[in-house]
Design a protein around this ligand. Structure first.
Ligand SMILES: *[C@@H]1O[C@H](CO)[C@@H](O)[C@H](O)[C@H]1NC(C)=O
Ligand SMILES: *[C@@H]1O[C@H](CO)[C@@H](O)[C@H](O)[C@H]1NC(C)=O
Ligand SMILES: *[C@@H]1O[C@H](CO)[C@@H](O)[C@H](O)[C@H]1NC(C)=O
Ligand SMILES: *[C@@H]1O[C@H](CO)[C@@H](O)[C@H](O)[C@H]1NC(C)=O
Ligand SMILES: *[C@@H]1O[C@H](CO)[C@@H](O)[C@H](O)[C@H]1NC(C)=O
Ligand SMILES: *[C@@H]1O[C@H](CO)[C@@H](O)[C@H](O)[C@H]1NC(C)=O
Ligand SMILES: *[C@@H]1O[C@H](CO)[C@@H](O)[C@H](O)[C@H]1NC(C)=O
Ligand SMILES: *[C@@H]1O[C@H](CO)[C@@H](O)[C@H](O)[C@H]1NC(C)=O
Ligand SMILES: *[C@@H]1O[C@H](CO)[C@@H](O)[C@H](O)[C@H]1NC(C)=O
Length: 471
């Protein structure tokens, strides 16, 4: 069973950021001013994890009970970072090695203070980005609804919106990738943090109507912000949880990536969900042709009867041609087809959706994987080192029957019933002497390669718009 590995999808630079660097020696790390300002690899060289455990054991009774590890550490250090705890509007100065050194503070303590600061900065930025996502989502969902024009009462469960919003963490810009990776990896050891970052909400009976989304998004963003506040508190609370998140060293970077303005990125998954709901409400389904490269089919002359609309010149950067998306990795061509009116052309909607809000892989392949899993609502699970989200897109997926021997028994799809109006012979506008059959706009079924009495079929879409045979 496959599912989306969103972390890897969302963060293509993840691997490329792993520079081929020799592991530094402790001596290389003892004066951070002398090396790359702060180096993730020094965490291990300096054995900061052990240092933190030793520190907590030694300072077991230093602070009153109820004071978090992070607060206690910063208080004891007394270097002006005491406010770097929790989600606050307080100012949290960046720890400066020059200052720390001047005060005879060890480089190990500097790393700990810096990591408290960078975790704080990251989560405060994420909190702000979620807050900003409220108005960004109102804009993007408004534009999607305007484009796809679903029935007025098209809606979704707030809980599904919450799941889709929380997955946005994995779509942060790639400079945040190592930090997000460290968080997701750390969640295995810190399930208490995972439940806050990916809350299974209690909002499930509440429904959001997409044409009036603003208030609903406010409810969802406020809820997730509250949980992110709890997540940060849990991370800072005790040394073990803090180490689960920071122990890879990946938070030891300067500057800490700015993510407060990345509301659009964190909405990628949510937009996919909205698009999927709106398309369904308008009777669109995904249709796919297995083991078919639609452009090759067009180019190599097998589909002699049909100049597959706008798919003559190969694929664009999104692997699209006309109304089709070809996923080379799995050798499947996808399109949308409308069960309410098979003549509907999805090309322009697809171009706009993929230019602005989602990816063909999320929308099409995501739906196919959701169907394999028998899922319906969006679900997120945290794997060993990545985040799996399934069913953000849960469009129905139908598979063209490509077996020409089924012609005459009228199988359109191997797994869905016929669309209405399809495969009607001799449609209006059929030239004299030709044989014609009515097909959906973005058809890639078995009639394409079928010849009757040595003649290929002509294709009509809905009563009369004859599509000229390919030349
Ligand atoms: C860190 O220190 C502990 C205790 O001294 C030791 O057991 C561990 O191997 C050290 N780890 C590294 C990576 O040096
Ligand atoms: C200090 O350590 C003792 C023994 O390990 C433990 O029982 C106690 O709860 C600890 N106190 C604090 C404040 O962590
Ligand atoms: C700095 O700290 C070390 C050990 O923590 C100590 O031996 C040394 O005397 C301190 N130096 C100053 C100038 O305080
Ligand atoms: C830390 O970041 C590197 C990339 O810089 C990544 O390869 C690694 O997996 C990250 N660590 C964790 C625990 O995710
Ligand atoms: C997340 O926050 C909401 C709203 O404050 C709260 O009701 C819910 O219990 C929190 N989730 C978890 C897992 O604590
Ligand atoms: C895709 O499937 C077709 C038909 O089975 C085959 O001819 C072609 O080689 C396949 N392409 C790839 C890239 O696997
Ligand atoms: C053209 O492409 C189709 C689908 O990929 C393949 O089945 C067929 O064998 C190809 N025909 C030629 C003549 O290359
Ligand atoms: C979406 O993308 C299209 C095509 O690139 C562009 O013309 C259009 O303005 C975009 N729409 C929005 C709402 O951003
Ligand atoms: C498809 O429709 C045709 C009549 O239009 C019918 O003969 C055929 O049985 C249908 N096939 C399926 C699989 O429903």
């Amino acid at each position: 069973m496959q599912s989306h590995s969103l972390l890897l999808m969302g963060l293509p630079l993840f691997q490329s950021l792993t520079s081929v660097q020799a592991q530094p020696q402790p001596s290389d790390c003892s004066d951070p001013a002398g090396i790359v300002p702060l180096n993730p690899q020094c965490w291990t060289a300096l054995n900061i994890s052990q240092h933190i455990l030793d520190w907590s054991a030694t300072h077991n009774t230093t602070c009153q009970s109820g004071i978090s590890f992070a607060s206690c550490f910063l208080r004891v250090l007394d270097m002006g970072q005491e406010d770097c705890v929790g989600i606050t509007s307080n100012t949290c100065p960046t720890p400066s090695w020059i200052q720390f050194k001047k005060n005879n503070i060890s480089v190990e303590d500097f790393y700990v203070a810096y990591n408290v600061y960078s975790v704080y900065t990251f989560f405060n930025g994420y909190y702000t980005a979620i807050g900003n996502a409220r108005s960004a989502a109102t804009d993007s969902i408004g534009a999607i609804v305007a484009l796809l024009d679903p029935p007025k009462n098209t809606n979704g469960l707030l809980n599904d919106l919450l799941t889709a919003l929380s997955v946005g963490l994995s779509f942060l810009a790639s400079d945040a990738g190592p930090l997000v990776g460290a968080i997701v990896t750390g969640l295995r050891q810190a399930p208490g943090v995972a439940k806050f970052l990916f809350p299974v909400g209690t909002l499930d009976t509440q429904v959001a109507q997409f044409d009036q989304i603003a208030n609903s998004m406010g409810t969802v963003t406020t809820y997730l912000q509250h949980n992110v506040t709890q997540a940060l508190a849990a991370i800072q609370q005790d040394a073990q949880t803090f180490l689960a998140i920071t122990g890879s060293g990946n938070f030891s970077v300067t500057p800490v990536p700015t993510i407060s303005d990345q509301s659009d990125s964190i909405l990628t998954a949510l937009n996919t969900y909205i698009i999927s709901q709106c398309l369904q409400a308008n009777n669109w389904v995904v249709a796919r042709a297995i083991d078919t490269d639609v452009n090759e089919l067009q180019a190599n002359g097998s589909a002699a009867g049909w100049d597959i609309p706008n798919c003559g010149n190969g694929y664009d950067g999104n692997s699209l041609c006309g109304a089709y998306y070809f996923n080379k990795a799995i050798n499947v061509s996808f399109t949308l087809t409308n069960n309410g009116d098979v003549s509907n052309d999805p090309t322009s909607a697809m171009d706009q959706l993929f230019a602005n809000w989602t990816t063909p892989d999320q929308l099409f392949n995501g739906a196919a994987q959701c169907q394999v899993q028998g899922g319906s609502a969006p679900v997120v699970t945290t794997g060993a080192s990545d985040l799996d989200a399934s069913c953000l897109s849960n469009l129905k997926v139908c598979t063209w029957d490509l077996d020409p021997s089924h012609i005459g028994v009228d199988y359109e799809f191997i797994d869905c019933s016929n669309q209405s109006g399809v495969y009607v012979d001799g449609c209006k506008g059929c030239p004299d002497g030709d044989i014609c059959v009515n097909v959906p706009y973005s058809y890639i079924g078995n009639y394409l390669t079928y010849t009757a009495w040595g003649l290929p079929y002509d294709f009509c879409i809905k009563d009369g718009n004859i599509i000229e045979p390919g030349s």
